[in-house]
Design a protein around this ligand. Sequence first.
Ligand SMILES: [Zn+2]
Length: 254
Amino acid sequence: MVDQTGVDDPITTPWTPSIDQALANRLLAQLTQAERSLLLDQAELVELDRAQVLVWAGHALSHAYFPTNCMISLLATQPTARNFEVGQIGFEGVLGASSALGVTASAFDAVVTGAGQAWRLPLTVLRKQCLRSRHLSVLMVRYLYTELGQMGALAACGQFHVLEQRLARLLLMCQDRMRAPDLEVTHESLAHILGVRRASVTLMTGLFQSRGLIQHSRGHMLVVDRPGLLATTCECYARDLAFYEQVMSEQWPL
Ligand SMILES: [Zn+2]
């Protein structure tokens, strides 16, 4: 089977964007032409703005979002503490996959942390097509399983790995999902995602810049040495990518 992503090495080479927006999301790209058309005929390609809240925890999602070049963070909210990221959704995934199980309420706040485009589809349409197509419902369940794995990995990473490693991993993940080395991020948003103080992020990004890993200016961060970031991060980054590929392959048992 031809790899529609065109990726030789997903770690050192961020996924090359497809010109065809219908194929720019990996889940949509894995559907048959007929399945994809059934969804996209009722979807619209929308621009999502940074800090846009797509759903609050405990509330029902009205639409599913299939990112093509934006990034959505799933944030756990504690009234007496900082929010922190428990999951990240980009072109490899979808917000709303739980509708395949009949669940429309979100367990987390879903906030756009990287502006860009996504296919927006009424959740009722996705649910209906999941009931009709085993291929689609299995794809959604596989993806949900990768989300579970990602959440466990992020929890373990936060517990056992230092900020230097975690920040490098986050920048790599952001670069993958935004499909560009120039990231529109602030120290504050990175601190928000990592669940640490802003001053800690400022200190660490200054260190990264002095090492030539990144260039940072107001509101932007340019990744200039991706191999250097790969050498800095913990094993969680590569493990997360490998887990996704493993679960999404048809060889993974369900
Ligand atoms: Zn880690």
